[in-house]
Write a protein that binds this ligand. Structure first.
Ligand code: AP5
Length: 216
């Protein structure tokens, strides 16, 4: 199954994508994670994209589209994938279609739009803590780790993402509204969109999403 998750920053795309990936046995592909990894490893790509990400801006379409096209060509994505954070612009949506057509993937089966109000986004991002080693995501109130600031999964220290500071969150929300919201209608017109109210418990959201995939 070929799945895309769309929604404002902090709506829970990464949280749901990890669980869905396990349930459905298809890879979770997060452009944010790929780009953060490149920055952490100080690669040429990392140097190229660091400034955009620090300021909460979008990395240019051609860079992210090439990353995704390459990632989709790996064998593990041949039976389907979950794209988290891509596409984010119409331009990216169109290049995804060309990348899919070139491969045997065909088309998108479902685009899940996680609908969440700005106030909830701010609450979630201000309290998010992530593990640099295994990528597991926590929230100091909504899903706290067993030991403060330590990952339950691998025992490494958790960190607060630099783009989760109040001014950068505001900037990311503005960019989301300017550049990404138009994708909702784009996919609605293609009859692949399912709107998921995201201000609910993590497990309830997962069940809702799974019910649309026929895998409950
Ligand atoms: P990216 O990493 O994709 O960031 P984002 O889209 O802003 O999304 P987030 O990762 O912040 O949030 P999420 O929706 O995954 O929520 P999460 O599950 O963590 O992108 C970062 C940057 O990379 C961009 O700003 C841009 O610069 C660049 N980039 C990436 N892709 C790009 C592209 N395609 N084009 C151009 N540039 C690109 O949850 C958030 C918090 O809420 C967590 O603490 C979690 O525990 C908690 N939580 C989750 N679900 C619930 C729930 N149901 N109830 C309560 N708390 C919950």
């Amino acid at each position: 199954m070929n799945i895309v998750l769309v929604g404002p920053p902090g709506c829970g795309k990464g949280t749901q994508a990890k669980m869905l990936s396990e349930k459905l046995g298809i890879p979770h592909i997060s452009t944010g994670d790929i780009l953060r990894n490149a920055i952490a490893q100080n690669t040429a790509l990392g140097k190229q994209v660091a400034l955009y990400m620090e300021k909460g801006g979008l990395v240019p379409d051609d860079i992210v589209s090439a990353i995704v096209a390459e990632r989709l060509s790996h064998d593990d994505a041949s039976g389907g994938f979950i794209l988290d954070g891509f596409p984010r612009t119409l331009e990216q949506a169109k290049s995804l279609e060309s990348a899919l057509l070139k491969k045997t993937h065909g088309k998108l089966d479902k685009v899940f739009y996680f609908d969440l109000a700005d106030e909830a986004v701010i609450r979630r991002l201000s309290g998010r803590r992530s593990c640099k080693k295994c990528g597991r995501v926590f929230h100091i109130t909504f899903s706290p780790p067993r030991r403060p600031d330590m990952c339950d999964n691998c025992g490494q220290p958790l960190y607060h993402r630099s783009d989760d500071e109040p001014d950068t969150i505001k900037q990311r929300l503005e960019i989301y509204k300017k550049q990404t919201v138009s994708l909702i209608n784009y996919y609605k017109n293609q009859n692949v969109l399912a709107t998921i109210p995201a201000d609910r418990k993590i497990q309830d959201i997962l069940e809702d999403v799974l019910s649309h995939t026929g895998n409950l």
